[in-house]
Design a protein around this ligand. Structure first.
Ligand code: PRX
Length: 632
């Protein structure tokens, strides 16, 4: 079902709110189910129990692959552009993808993976990452993709939390001019993960890695023994499809669990509508499969829709800052979905990197992951879209599974920096800090959703209570997003950013507590407090205030060590941009750190720090301010 006009959007939206069950059950009919559902929805936000398409039986890969093999087997499913900008690239048709997935499903089975098992995927951006995900889905195993930039410790934590029994990885990964020793990281992680029985290694480089007898095996060796047909496992609509770890306000990342039927229905519906995908379009999303954007809008959404999706292994600035535009011209990309941080970074290189390339095939541009500032929006619109391509500023989260608030291109009147209006089936409300709904337009508050949508989070793996507490307890009866928002006079939503202790660095979610826990591992550190601050390119930067046992003799050296510890504990993406050694932290008498003050200092806005008289030691603020000024 594709909405074609604003009137149609309004009437569809109205129907979706008046009778959500009829609305979604109509959309769900478009898919192949082995057995239809008996009841469309049952829900309870207080005791967190949400089920969609109850009793429905299916396998999502039959909808991603088998259906398309019947109708258009030779259509290209995946175009793969490698890190190196050579003329050679890979095209995989739906038939070929089907065969690869079936073959790898057999490999998993041969290696002892069964329905319901958890399988970790730690891979670079190669088509085999998508094959591995779909092969898991085909046999009914739950995949847990971990972004291949996370450290061995982070990887081990995630494997242990989900008790994965197999991991799929590669020997190395290419990222720009760097070669990352992925398998070495895995080897280190696997020393702490007793549940892992098998490690299947895809050879991306020369394959010169250590292979552990009885545990490790090569992808290419395994597929030689595997058949290209695999009868898909029958899954219940509510069976988990995948786990994806994301950061929250507490120290430990949580495994967001998505289920099969609802996720399938929602990702295809939103993909087709938000990007207005047409039959022969080439669609490119620059995310990594390690994040939810990669799951929903590189793998599942586009393949469910039978689209041609481009997968890119490299980075925007290799071999130069024209790489994105070169790829768009080379593959005649029609729809381009990226993150504000990439746009802001490429803006700084100037237009000479764009002009050599023909971008006339572009029809729709998209933005995701963080608020897009007006300057970046305008630059993207004018320089890349040549003032003729609408930008869809899509707001959503790992937990929502799919896009929630977004314009529909050429349908919704766009407004820079606004995600605009909710998609059909999405019922946002704005509440004040007491959870009271703020009615009307021209208002600001906390963004909540009051009614279930098919691809919403079902639980956090192994800890349902935590999921309830995290998302459904702050405001009774509502899903709380953790975001603040404005609703303007036109009823348009603008997301203003996180209101909890989560920071958004280059579109990556990082919990301040996680970074603090990592920094505190440094032997000389007594305590630390981490806050976000505005950063020109990254959106938010990480600012760490650190108390040491004694003043470091060589502060530069100490800071380097702290960065290394964070890289070791979490990964390079969580490295603080600024580290300030302080003598104390602004604490209340009950020992709580007043982060509000630290945030202000990190922002460089110390004119009005508010009431500091309740602090145990108000003089500490002066010394932190002075230290911060000296760092700038
Ligand atoms: O703060 C919001 C921000 O990213 C958070 C979700 O991060 P994650 O789960 O990693 O998923 C990112 C990709 C969907 C949100 O709570 N965010 C995401 N999209 C936008 C956004 N903030 C403003 N505008 C957006 N379009």
């Amino acid at each position: 079902m594709k909405i074609k006009s604003f009137e149609e959007y309004l009437s569809t939206y109205r129907k979706s709110v008046e009778d959500p069950e009829a609305f979604w059950s109509g959309i769900a009919q478009e898919f192949h189910w082995r057995k239809l559902w008996k009841k469309t929805l049952s829900w309870d936000f207080n005791d967190l129990d949400v089920q969609w398409f109850i009793g429905g039986k299916l396998n999502i890969t039959e909808n991603c692959l088998d259906r398309h093999v019947l109708t258009h087997p030779d259509k290209v499913a995946i175009i793969w552009e490698s890190n190196e900008p050579t003329d050679i690239f890979v095209k995989i048709t739906y038939r070929e993808l089907y065969e690869k997935v079936c073959q790898f499903a057999n490999v998993l089975k041969n290696n002892g993976v069964k329905k319901g098992d958890r399988v970790c995927i730690y891979m670079p951006m190669v088509p085999e990452a998508a094959v591995a995900m779909l092969a898991c889905a085909r046999i009914g195993a739950i995949h847990s993709v971990v972004f291949a930039g996370f450290s061995a410790n982070s990887l081990a934590d995630r494997i242990n939390d989900a008790q994965c029994n197999a991991i799929i990885t590669s020997d190395i990964a290419y990222r720009g001019n760097k070669t990352l020793e992925i398998k070495q990281i895995v080897d280190e992680a696997l020393q702490k993960t007793p549940s892992i029985q098998r490690c299947i290694v895809y050879q991306r480089g020369e394959g010169k890695v250590n292979m552990v007898e009885g545990r490790d095996t090569w992808w290419h060796e395994e597929i030689k023994k595997a058949n290209k047909e695999f009868e898909a496992e029958e899954m219940d609509s509510e069976d988990p499809l995948f786990i994806l770890y994301t950061s929250g306000s507490t120290g430990k990342p949580k495994g967001v669990v998505h289920s099969t039927g609802g996720y399938m229905v929602y990702t295809k519906f939103t993909f087709e509508n938000v990007f207005q995908y047409e039959e022969n379009d080439v669609y490119w999303c620059t995310a990594d499969v390690g994040w939810i954007t990669g799951h929903s809008y590189i793998v599942y959404g586009p393949l469910l829709a039978g689209a041609t999706v481009l997968m890119f292994e490299g980075i925007p600035t290799y071999p130069d800052a024209g790489r994105f535009w070169r790829v768009i011209a080379k593959h005649r990309v029609n729809i381009f979905y990226t993150a504000p941080t990439a746009i802001r970074s490429l803006m700084t290189f100037g237009e000479e990197f764009i002009t050599p390339y023909n971008l006339s095939t572009l029809k729709v541009l998209g933005s995701v992951g963080e608020p897009i500032n007006e300057e970046a929006w305008q630059w993207f619109y004018k320089n890349i879209g040549k003032s003729r391509c609408p930008i869809v500023d899509t707001w959503w989260q790992t937990e929502t599974g799919g896009i929630m608030i977004s314009p529909l291109p050429r349908i919704t009147v766009q407004k820079p920096t606004f995600a605009t209006l909710p998609l059909p089936g999405v019922q946002p409300i704005v509440v004040d800090n007491n959870g009271k709904e703020i009615h009307g337009n021209g208002v600001e508050g906390n963004l909540c959703i009051k009614f279930p949508w098919p691809s919403m989070i079902r639980t956090t793996y192994g800890d349902h209570e935590r999921c309830k507490q995290n998302y459904f307890a702050t405001y009774k009866g509502l899903y709380f997003t953790g975001d603040g928002c404005k609703r303007d006079e036109d009823g348009y939503y603008r997301i203003t950013g996180r209101v909890d202790d989560v920071i958004n660095v280059s579109g990556h979610r990082i919990g301040t507590a996680e970074v603090e826990n990592a920094i505190n591992q440094h032997i000389a550190v007594v305590e630390s407090a981490v806050v976000g601050y505005p950063h020109d390119i990254k959106g938010q930067g990480i600012y760490a205030f650190v108390i040491c046992e004694s003043k470091p003799e060589n502060e530069e050296q100490f800071k380097k060590e702290v960065l290394n510890v964070v890289t070791r504990e979490i990964g390079a993406i969580a490295k603080p941009d600024i580290i300030q050694v302080v003598e104390g932290l602004p604490k209340t008498r009950s020992g709580k750190i007043m982060r509000r003050i630290l945030r202000k200092i990190a922002e460089g806005d110390t004119s009005n720090l508010g009431d500091i008289t309740t602090l145990l030691d108000p003089t500490i603020v002066e010394s932190i301010k002075e230290g911060a000024a000296a760092l700038r």
